[in-house]
Design a protein around this ligand. Sequence first.
Ligand SMILES: Cc1cc2nc3c(=O)[nH]c(=O)nc-3n(C[C@H](O)[C@H](O)[C@H](O)COP(=O)(O)OP(=O)(O)OC[C@H]3O[C@@H](n4cnc5c(N)ncnc54)[C@H](O)[C@@H]3O)c2cc1C
Length: 408
Amino acid sequence: MAHRPIRVAVVGAGLGGLAAAIGLQRVADVEVTVFEQAGQLGEIGAGVGLAPNGQRVLNRLGVLDDIRRVGATYDGPGRYIDTDGRLVGEVPWADSSGQYQTLGMHRADFVDVMVRALAPETIRVGHRLTAIDASDADVRLMFQNGESSVFDAVVGADGTHSVVRESMIRTEDPVYSGFIAYRGVLDAKNLPADWPMRNQIWMGMRKHFMCYPIRQREQFNFVGFVPSSRPLRESWSARGDVDELVAEFGPEWDPNLRDFISRIDETFWWGLYDREPLRSWSRGRVTLLGDAAHTMLPHAGQGVNQALEDAVALAIVLREANGPAAVSEAFRRYAAVRMQRTAILQASSRRSGTQLASQAEFENLGKRDAEVRAGRDFRRSFVFDYDAAAVADKTVNRMRHQQEGGSS
Ligand SMILES: Cc1cc2nc3c(=O)[nH]c(=O)nc-3n(C[C@H](O)[C@H](O)[C@H](O)COP(=O)(O)OP(=O)(O)OC[C@H]3O[C@@H](n4cnc5c(N)ncnc54)[C@H](O)[C@@H]3O)c2cc1C
């Protein structure tokens, strides 16, 4: 019997929600509507490192060529640098095959490519979700603007402080890490002509700073991580004080870094939150994706990349769902495919942050440097070589064989 198409609502048009919507339209062939609280889309002034594992997903979703056109390639592996400018080791940038190398992306360009890949009128801005009423048959979404809509299934891609998650499971709030990030972009033309087109990470006591090229090398993304007792909810509108940033990285730091920072004229503050892995991601017809499911510190550069992996896995398991009645089982499978890997990366991001800021046992800089160098293999084989679509395909194929075996 032919089933009517499944109708899915995605809450949140961040990079995770947009990737989920593209996957659901192109791979799973379901009806998708994305609800975003903001009045208009777009991210301002910051970059993201698009790792080989994230690019592999975008290739499967058919958008990688457009992404490559707006991203920035690097001239080679990145550099870990000590406070005083001493080279410590290489930051991995490519997968084992060398086919995929990390790209520096301006977030606004990334969002733009993703939005253009969606069918017209998929996204409804100005819709802040306030409540969910889920039953065995469907899910009703209620919005602050007074509207409500009914769907077969809901994907919460609404970030660290997810309303979808809170409606579904009782859980501790994300924990403020004690660190904030100063973020922003700097035009390449304002830097010395020989500034390296690579990812560079300076490591110091309780602080670190990174920069890499974005937007076809026309700009550099920068992030300065410093401790702060002022917990900020992550927010693009929190304008940081450039003088305070300059003061944070004083005369003990590499003159090259201080030169870079002296050229910054605008920065934003972002509070860094962490959380332990959730015990479950899905309940009935509601599931989670991206930061809503696995908020992680940014030090492994994997938050967006994991959201992309979630998106393609979700699309592949939903493709197999036999109509709306099969959604809950598909969501259970999706969570089973994704939860262990993202939990490992949550822990790994936390540990990377401790290393890069020379904290705890890494106050012993010899140990820090050795572990930073040794992290290369994990990064390459566990993180970059992973093929989220292939893993999800294998899971659904196994399932199909079991069903066929069971029914013969
Ligand atoms: C300093 C820093 C550097 C980082 N660098 C990297 C990197 O290099 N590589 C990487 O992979 N990751 C990086 N990350 C992590 C990455 O930014 C996040 O993991 C990623 O943006 C999460 O995407 P998301 O779509 O899940 O959530 P979000 O980007 O938070 O998007 C959530 C969306 O949901 C909307 N929303 C929220 N609540 C509601 C509601 N109630 N109703 C409707 N809409 C709602 C929001 O407006 C938003 O558009 C970094 C993070 C930080 C802080």
